[in-house]
Unconditional design. Structure first.
Length: 313
């Protein structure tokens, strides 16, 4: 096992582990790994990237619950990407809790992106993530139906792969019903230059998620780095990312009419898009870079109670 080999080779004292979300198979995998290895380390650090782990406990078979407690309870440090999800640390009895927002490399344009403003330009709404109902794809389609009925010009690019029970045929049928086939493009999973070009070509980023394991979506930080205004939802850790930037509209989940209302505002007002985008870019440079993230992680790890004392002894 890689964890055992790394422990013996490095003599590391800290087990740093990212727990699963609220799905059974990954949780069972975690239980097997953690029960078999936690005892080898002086300290355990859990870094939660997915939300909802504690929600699965009542649904576990009774024989798994004691093992779940052995695996996940009483960590020396629990790191969360958003304050809203950090209650799980208290539920699991973590000795210390730190909030460390996600950070990413800066692939945006430091001096701003020169987006089109001519009359022939049709503004682009970008969605990026798993193409499924939970991530808000259907909400976006319903919102765009409202925009179309109001005669508002737009195009939508939805990048990602289908998953979690959502089929391409189902999405195609919904687009056909609303007469939106000509408004939507599905380029698949984008990476590298293609992904950067999608962000640069977009005018608005829309992410109306109510995904069950949502925590702090990195794609929102990516959109902020590319100076995009955002329309999103008040769901789990999302407001912790965009709520203080001044560059996002945040609405209740599963409310396409509200999504449409704010998309329409942005589609009609180039100056508003520019202003909100610049505010998001400023938030990113101050809070969302990979260097900021690494510094906060280092500070959290060095703050583990007892680590310095035991090191000196």
């Amino acid at each position: 096992m890689e964890i055992v080999g790394a422990r013996l080779k490095s003599r590391a004292r800290i087990l740093y582990f990212p727990p699963a979300g609220p799905t059974l198979v990954p949780v069972i995998r975690d239980i097997v790994l953690l029960v078999g290895t936690r005892w080898m380390f002086q300290f355990t650090v859990f870094h939660f990237h997915a939300a909802g782990l504690t929600e699965i406990y009542p649904r576990l078979p009774r024989f798994l619950r004691p093992l779940y407690n052995i695996a996940y309870r009483n960590a020396d440090l629990a790191i969360f990407t958003a304050k809203s999800s950090s209650v799980a640390g208290s539920v699991l009895g973590a000795k210390s809790i730190s909030i460390v927002p996600n950070g990413i490399p800066d692939f945006g344009e430091p001096h701003g992106i020169d987006r089109r403003t001519d009359e022939d330009h049709i503004p682009c709404i970008l969605f990026m993530g798993i193409l499924c109902e939970g991530k808000g794809l259907f909400t976006l389609i319903e919102a765009c139906s409202v925009l179309k009925k109001r005669g508002i010009r737009f195009r939508a690019v939805c990048a990602g792969t289908y998953g979690f029970g959502t089929k391409r045929e189902e999405v195609d049928a919904l687009l056909e019903t609303h007469g939106l086939k000509g408004h939507f493009i599905f380029p698949g999973v984008l990476s590298g230059n293609e992904k950067r070009e999608a962000f640069k070509d977009a005018d608005i980023f829309c992410f109306p998620s109510h995904y069950f394991a949502e925590s702090s979506p990195i794609v929102l930080i990516e959109a902020m780095s590319f100076q995009l205004p955002i329309v999103t939802t008040d769901w789990r850790g999302i407001p912790d990312i965009v709520g203080g930037s001044g560059g996002a509209f945040i609405v209740e989940p599963k409310r396409p009419e509200l999504i449409a209302k704010h998309l329409a505002k942005l589609l009609h007002d180039q100056d508003l898009r520019t202003t909100m985008g610049r505010k998001n870019r400023q938030w990113f440079t101050e809070n969302g870079t990979i260097d900021k993230h690494r510094a906060r992680i280092e500070a959290a790890l060095l703050g583990i109670q007892g680590l310095e004392r035991r090191h000196r002894s």
